[in-house]
Write a protein that binds this ligand. Structure first.
Ligand code: NOJ
Length: 555
């Protein structure tokens, strides 16, 4: 079946547990989603990506699946999902699901069978290896660390073997080299596609093919020392090609999550008619204030962010298509990172312009459009996320608790997982019951109701950006060029198409900045398409976090 044109679209990501509680138990659910579909459509997006909504023990909040063909009872039923799907489609919204196939939950029936013996029908569904012995001491098969919790191996006495878990202990890695596992994946894809979903966001898809020997990684490198042997592995493309065949039958969209995949490698998945993925969620743009993980912080450095933006824009131009994002459920809130909480409205709107007008399909994460910011909880026990807790317990153990918590405040992905702030009523209008997780105490100032009422709000600016992008061939298809890549405060880029030139000017500064148009531009004939301040701009002065979109006809 022919694929729909995902390049014109933009997506809204729902992390359901914190989106909206419709049945009054303190947990977000599909009833809440149903009630908010008109709101989502009102943003001007064209699709929804659901982070996992399947049954799961929630060791990693849905990314540990125990049943691929059902809905978590906390969130509703398959019938309720069908209702949401139909209504979304009626509103012109496509729906894509999260496909998590690098690992399952350790409570998935496949794993419960697999761990029983070395000979059963599921014995080869996961990555099992014999221990290494050093004298009498039993050691794991190699020295890999898990990305979430200690070592990447867990011993299973029933089999007298270890299983691999690149993420939490409760997330055993599937053995994709087993053709039966790949058939299972195809069956799962068909199950959802037959129901009418429009595609998948594929979780850590570049991890599914492991190096056959599973060699030791660099001993002193924390967290990701095994990554060279489980990322972009030898059979990744052939396996993705198999899944692509299924997607093609339905014209379904496939977006792959690819932590630390370099752009050159990304192109091998993304280019041409026989591409195996349509878009890729790259991680480069998440590293402008840290090394590899948010827990290894350095001050925000604009040239690093711009380098990441432009690297992907230039490399994919004319060959492949970008997925554009600044937030999702895995990263703290972007205003608190790359903008300023003090200039919440100004920086939240500027950041929208900085990424939405690049070439690609924008993704907006729930609450991002409301300008939500990081939460600061009083103790590590109040946090929920396994990766946050592990980082707290493994990094900087000699520092005071206060200092360690400060790192968590800045880095935890739990900040993206607080309940969405709908209004100023108790629990931010998210639920009538006590929410499953803390609400950010700033909800009386930062909430959807207030944002709706203010024409200059972050919310209304997102709407304007999406409308402008959708109606402009230049913003959809035009060539991208960045000016002044080393400028410490300004991000300026042009988009050119036919006879039109558009310049996007973004100030990342808390103070006023003077600036001049780039070479080859003149104020004459310039039209202001969009600005994040209500009052007329002064041409060569930019107010704190000002964003402008300017247009010219090319002579
Ligand atoms: C990436 C997901 O986005 C993240 O939330 C999850 O913890 C890991 N993959 C493991 O599934």
């Amino acid at each position: 079946m022919e694929q729909f044109d995902f390049r014109r679209m933009s997506f809204y990501q729902i992390w359901i547990r914190s989106f909206m509680d419709g049945n009054g138990d303190g947990v977000g659910d599909l009833y809440g989603v149903y009630d908010k579909l008109d709101y989502i459509a009102s943003l001007g997006v064209d699709g929804i990506w659901f982070s996992p909504i399947y049954p799961s023990p929630n060791a990693d909040y849905g990314y540990d699946i125990s049943d691929y063909r059902n809905i978590h009872p906390d969130y509703g039923t398959l019938d309720e999902f069908r209702k949401v799907l139909d209504r979304a489609h009626a509103l012109g919204l496509r729906v894509i699901m999260d496909l998590v196939i690098n690992h399952t939950s350790d409570e998935h029936p496949w794993f419960l069978e697999s761990r029983k013996s070395r000979t059963g029908p599921y014995s080869d569904y996961y990555i099992w290896r014999d221990p290494k012995w050093k004298g009498e001491s039993r050691l794991p098969p190699n020295n890999w660390f898990s990305q979430f919790e200690g070592l990447a191996w867990e011993y299973c006495p029933e089999r007298e073997q270890y299983y691999l878990h690149v993420f939490a202990k409760k997330q055993p890695d599937l053995n994709m080299d087993n053709p039966r596992v790949r058939e299972e994946v195809k069956g799962i894809m068909r199950f959802w596609l037959d129901m009418g979903v429009d595609g998948f966001r594929e979780d850590v898809i570049t991890y599914i093919s492991k190096h056959p020997q599973l060699p030791d990684g660099i001993p002193f490198l924390p967290v990701i020392n095994g990554q060279p042997y489980y990322k972009d592995g030898p059979n990744l493309v052939p396996y993705l090609r198999e899944f692509r065949e299924v997607a093609k039958e339905y014209g379904a969209l496939q977006i792959g999550e690819a932590p630390m995949t370099p752009v050159k490698t990304a192109l091998t998945y993304l280019t041409g008619e026989d591409r195996v993925l349509d878009m890729m969620i790259q991680f480069d743009t998440m590293g402008a204030d840290c090394f590899m993980t948010e827990y290894l912080h350095h001050p925000f450095f604009l040239p690093k962010l711009k380098h990441a933006f432009s690297k992907w824009q230039y490399a994919l131009a004319g060959k492949a298509w970008n997925a554009l994002y600044l937030e999702n459920h895995d990263h703290p809130r972007v205003i608190s990172r790359y903008g300023s909480e003090e200039f919440r409205r100004e920086s939240g709107t500027m950041l929208a312009a900085a990424y939405i007008f690049q070439q690609g399909t924008p993704f907006i994460y729930q609450g991002q459009e409301l300008g939500m910011t990081n939460i600061r909880l009083g103790s590590i026990e109040e946090y929920q996320d396994v990766a946050t807790k592990n980082a707290y317990h493994s990094f900087r153990r000699r520092q005071t608790e206060e200092k360690r918590l400060r790192h968590v405040h800045r880095a935890s992905r739990d900040s993206a997982r607080t309940p969405v702030q709908w209004d100023g009523s108790p629990n931010a209008g998210f639920s009538k019951a006590k929410p499953w997780f803390s609400v950010n105490p700033n909800y009386r100032e930062v909430n959807a109701e207030k944002e709706e009422a203010d024409p200059q709000s972050v919310l209304n600016f997102y709407r304007r950006c999406l409308r402008l992008r959708k109606g402009s061939d230049t913003l959809l298809w035009g060539d991208y060029r960045e000016f002044w890549p080393q400028h410490p405060h300004l991000y300026v880029y042009e988009r050119c198409y036919g006879t039109e030139r558009i310049l996007v000017v973004c100030s990342f500064s808390k103070t006023e900045q003077s600036w001049k148009l780039p070479k080859g531009y003149a104020w004459e004939g310039c039209t202001l398409l969009l600005c994040n301040y209500g009052e007329e701009p002064v041409p060569e002065r930019l107010r704190p976090y000002e964003a402008r979109v300017l247009r010219w006809d090319r002579k």
